[in-house]
Write a protein that binds this ligand. Sequence first.
Ligand SMILES: *Cc1c(COP(=O)(O)O)cnc(C)c1O
Length: 453
Amino acid sequence: MSKYKFVLDDSRIPKAWYNIAPDMPVAAEPVLNPQTLEPVTPDFLSVLFPMNIIKQEISQERYIEIPEPVREIYKLWRPTPMFRAHRLEKFLDTPAHIYYKHEGVSPVGSHKPNTAVAQAFYNKEAGTKALTTETGAGQWGSALSMSAGFFDLAVEVYMVKVSYNQKPYRRMVIQNYGGEVYASPTNRTEYGRSVLAQFPDSPGTLGIAISEAVEVAAKSGGTKKYSLGSVLNHVMTHQSVIGLEALEQMEMADEYPDIVIACAGGGSNFAGLAFPFLRENFTNGMNTRIIAVEPASCPTMTRGKYAFDYGDTAAMAPVVKMHTLGHTFVPPGIHAGGLRYHGMSASVSALVENGDVEAVAVKQLATFEAAVQFARVEGIIPAPESAHAIRAAMDQALICKETGEEKVIVFNLSGHGHFDMAAYDAYHAGKLQDYVHPTEKIEEAMSHLPKIG
Ligand SMILES: *Cc1c(COP(=O)(O)O)cnc(C)c1O
């Protein structure tokens, strides 16, 4: 048996997703209607999502069967391989054993199709004709366009304008799969037009693009539904295939992780890897440290407030109790990586708040340094988002070097960085900077949080 890669055959693709809701040590807070600030009704949510997805969103079932057509499509790239990073261990001269789950082998190069395929399937089943969504760097837009195409659904993608202009290849990928892409803010929506009237040169934000995609779905009379690539419970559940496979692969390696690490933007690749290991902590007496990593420039979990906030900038999306930097948050332009959303998955936030998950923030330059070192020893050029997990894993391995402990570390390589070479180029040219989000800006943004009685 290989000691380098741990590969499962098609039959080992999980048959059910793991939903952490019934195992949560703290009760979930209700999701609120943005107009009334009262708990949402299924009627309100059904304007945006089909009922089969709403049921999953609020499900208390521990396991949700994966429909066979979704498993069939998963076979195009799942199960994904787990690697032991022997060469990285040697480079760091650490006694730690470092493993990584490689989600970059999917057709679009990230973990995102794990939920995109499922969401396209359920929308098709519910009679939806078209999906609307937003995308930042373009990874979610490409995953959803590919997946919608498999089920003959049309897609409208509102892409943050600065990325639309700076990342033309992602836009082309979306179009190649048949998706329509618009640079947000657009003049296609009332909200987009209001932003453009005030700020004609607005570079856009994820929060604005979400508002546009939500508005189009809400005004479509039921033919178009909105699809979100992270943050929501059903997305976390769909991503659990990552950790369920990883549990089996660690068994193949005859080891069990002391530390599990993933980056967190909205929380989905983190939840995907970590929740099945948290299940073992909660129900099976395991004691793995679980670490979520975010950028110091967008420090949602480490410096944001755990409070109710809107999911989007226009205050049209549901209000969720989560770690937030405020829905008015504008990420700094000098930052190259993703992970720029102001909020965080409610379940990940609750687990951080309860002490079940540790959150750490890492700086941009140290993150790119880790990414380049990783590429030079392991060969894979990681997505800048994934590089945050690599930085944290390397830091833990270096602590082991000091203490002499032979800890087992597993991290999620959420995607490859082939479409992010401009960011690497900027790093090598010395054009990237460390940026720590100022406390005054956080305090100012907190004054715009909805007031919940
Ligand atoms: C979108 C993305 C992320 C961040 O989103 P999460 O929902 O936090 O996982 C991380 N890595 C890659 C490669 C991505 O495409």
